[in-house]
Each structure stands twice: as C-alpha cells, then as structure tokens.
Design a protein around this ligand. Structure first.
Ligand SMILES: [Zn+2]
Length: 50
C-alpha cells in the first residue's frame, strides 16, 4: 500500500517505511527515521485535526 509520509509528504510503500507511529488512534508511516523523530517531537504539527 502506498502511504504518504506526514512529515515530508513523500509517497512511500508502507512495507518499506523507515518507521511507524500512532497519534490519536491513527497510524502513520514515515519514509525514514528522521521523519519519525520530527513527528514524535511535535505530532500536532503533522496531524490533520478534524
Ligand atoms: Zn518523510
């Protein structure tokens, strides 16, 4: 499945993701560990609030 890295908006194959995380019940995949680290530092910046 193709997913979009929420940090840098790059499309990636979820199986090849550099990391995964969860915020507010939603799962996210990241293209690399650096993006996951950025996300973990400030998740709300990357999560769409509905
Ligand atoms: Zn990324």
């Amino acid at each position: 499945m193709i997913v979009v890295c929420p940090v840098c908006k790059t499309e990636i194959e979820d199986k090849k993701a550099g990391g995964a995380g969860e915020q507010d019940g939603e799962n996210y995949c990241f293209c690399c560990k650096a993006c996951k680290k950025q996300f973990d530092e400030d998740p709300n910046q990357y999560v769409d609030k509905k």
